[in-house]
Design a protein around this ligand. Structure first.
Ligand SMILES: Nc1ncnc2c1ncn2[C@@H]1O[C@H](COP(=O)(O)OP(=O)(O)OP(=O)(O)O)[C@@H](O)[C@H]1O
Length: 336
């Protein structure tokens, strides 16, 4: 098990990561997300032993690192996968994967599992981005690391390839049975691929939780907005029911126990009707998404809520519509 307690990291006098606590179970995948510059790569580098830590402890069972107790990268049994693949250009796929490997049978397992058999004798320059990333992953896993760190492994690839490769990477990590921390900029990827998601802001973890809880019960408004479309509407909350101008809904108070609240609404929580007898809002913009359309609706109180409708609903900016809350799951509410 990888466990990190009260980890702080400074660059000179600048503290970029503060008091990070986390523990990863066997074969658990933690997705680390946050705005640019919030410290994601810094955390990975510290876990790998590439930069010093200022406070706290990293413990893998077989070794323990503190600011005074240094453990060099080669003693940490860590595997790293980067966005730029970091392959040796003069070596073949087979040679890249087997580099410094005593038991090459492990390499065969990953070459087969990641669909690389036809490319064994090719040089990296002749491979596509997705194939290169598979080679990088196979090389990492063939060395049987105790944990794996992935720094935006899919960010140089096109959308269609990302979609299949993210599942191949997840399956390979699960097959290897090692814990992994995977940094991504893609919220959808974080929610769908991870066992848990950690949301970082200015070096401080805001929430580490299951994808479902991070999305539907964010610990604060920053997490709510960071993980997807989020609107907030004023309401009252008595017990576990919230009352708003758009209807009532079951609710969970996330922060303080106050009656006046703001209710978090995701686009799927809002039902939009065109040509209703009465309207309560005007469409301000519409984004076509392929199978659906995301619509922003301005209410009389000036609050803007977003609703996702089928692509068959030809809603346009300026349309008068009726919106209401339509949910059976409890909505997160925050003190107003
Ligand atoms: N070698 C360094 N020396 C000084 N400051 C650094 C160094 N590397 C990173 N920083 C600063 O530390 C902070 C965190 O950087 P880091 O690269 O960890 O962020 P990130 O969340 O990975 O960003 P991105 O999503 O853009 O990759 C930033 O303010 C960055 O400018």
């Amino acid at each position: 098990m990888l466990s990190v307690s009260k980890l702080s990291i400074d660059y000179g006098s600048n503290r970029v990561v503060s008091e990070l606590n986390l523990s990863l179970g066997e074969s658990e995948i933690l997705m680390l997300v946050g705005p640019t510059g919030c410290g994601k790569s810094t955390i990975l580098q510290a876990l790998a032993g590439l930069i010093p830590i200022s406070e706290g402890e990293i413990n893998l069972g077989s070794w323990r690192a503190t600011p005074k107790l240094k453990v060099p990268p080669e003693k940490r049994k860590v595997g790293m996968v980067f966005q730029d693949f970091a392959l040796f250009p003069h070596l073949t796929v087979q040679q890249n994967i087997c580099f410094r490997l005593t038991d090459t049978s492990k390499a065969d397992h990953w070459i087969k599992l990641l669909g690389l058999e036809a490319f064994r004798d090719k040089k990296p320059a002749t491979l596509s981005g997705g194939q290169k990333q598979r080679v990088a992953l196979a090389r990492t896993l063939a060395h049987e690391p105790d944990f794996v760190l992935l720094d935006e492994p899919l960010s140089n690839l096109d959308a269609a390839l990302k979609d299949t490769l993210r599942w191949d990477i997840r399956n390979a990590l699960k097959d290897a049975g090692v814990p992994a921390i995977w940094v991504t900029h893609d919220q959808e990827e974080a929610l769908s691929v991870g066992d848990r998601v950690g949301v970082l802001k200015e070096g401080i973890i805001q929430q580490i939780d299951t994808p479902e809880r991070c999305f539907s019960l964010p610990s604060n408004r920053f997490v709510a907005r960071f993980l997807g479309e989020a609107s907030f509407i004023a309401g009252n909350c008595e017990g576990d029911i919230a009352t708003t101008d758009l209807g009532n809904a079951p609710a969970i108070k996330v922060d303080h126990d106050t009656a006046k609240v703001d209710v978090l609404l995701r686009p799927d929580d809002i039902h939009l009707i065109q040509n209703a007898n009465t309207s309560n809002g005007k469409v301000t913009w519409v984004r076509y998404e392929g199978g659906s359309r995301l619509c922003a609706v301005k209410l009389a109180c000036d609050t803007v809520v977003t609703s996702r409708v089928s692509h068959e609903v030809m809603v346009r900016p300026g349309d008068a519509v009726h919106v209401s809350i339509n949910t059976t799951h409890p909505l997160a509410v925050y003190a107003a």
